[in-house]
Write a protein that binds this ligand. Sequence first.
Ligand code: KG4
Ligand code: ZN
Length: 364
Amino acid sequence: MLCLGIETSCDETALALVRDGRVVDTELASQADLHALFGGVVPELASREHYRFIGALYDALMARTGLSIADVDVVAVTRGPGLLGALLVGVAFAKALALGANKPLVAVNHLHAHLLAAEVEQPIPYPSVGLLVSGGHTHIYRMDNPVSFTLLGRTLDDAAGEACDKFAKMLGLPYPGGVLLDRLACSGTPDPSLFPRPYVHTDNLDFSFSGLKTAAAQYLALHPERAAEARKAAQGVPSPVLCDLCASFLSAVADTLRRKLEKAFAAAPGSFRGLVAAGGVAANTQVRAAMRALAEAEGVQLVLPSLPLCTDNAVMVALAGERSAQQGRGHRLDFAAVPRGRRLPCDEEALRPPLPGNFGEGAI
Ligand code: KG4
Ligand code: ZN
């Protein structure tokens, strides 16, 4: 089965072709440099950039592979959660392709796609505990099979990646700061007493990262000399203070994630075979080390996507689409895109090519 995946939920325009679980080829245009000028993603600009690039990326992907829409068996597209205007560009493009070429459509949950991404590299053992940790979400799932995930816990406020990006901003580092914190932290020494592990003593599997962000802001305010030295270092004046602060902050993030995941395993002893960590923050060196240690302690298989598959990409969308299609499940042409914060509907139907005239609320 050849599946075309389309991803436009935030600031990456990405397309990928996946055949029977293997990557055929990919195209990706990142808008990170543009949004860096504004210190974060500007939704209207993101939509415009997706609109500007998606057609050319599609043409380049098809030209390079020598394939055409006639060869594609299923069109899969991220339907949410994400920025609505950004999602609509990909969704409209996918619907037009599917309608024009009479191909079945799958509307993909971006979060589930992140968790499945690693399956192009190694099989995921089921059931697994799944940690999705990105710029917009920090969720723990029970993953029973490739199309059945149950949410066990979630952040009540900031996502871990959002906290990283905000801490980086406090230090004067450009957006998106998470990856820069990671690089600096690799040369630093973490002080585990510097920042709290927020919300770890509760008996649920929820997170609260806004407390960590506030604690970090207070630390910088209470230590103006260290803060000034770190900010100078962020502008290129060498100092170990910045690297140590980054290492301490990221160790608090990694430790918090590990301690909540321990609770997930403790809540159902012996019932999981794997631990999957996915999303942009799963690219982090300290988070990856914490996941390795946890999987070893729990005696389960660790599944970590390679770095390009941690951040937003279309391979994961194509793969999730293929998994649904293999189960014979897809979506009508009138499925709606879903912005962040809204629940994704369960509106799957039997997989079939879209019928002309099958428009309804949400269709474009
Ligand atoms: O999954 P993703 O690409 O997009 C969302 O769906 O949010 O995740 C982006 C987030 C950003 O907050 C970014 O700073 C963070 O992942 N991130 C990292 C690293 N690479 C990306 N955070 C820490 N260390 C990294 N190496
Ligand atoms: Zn994402």
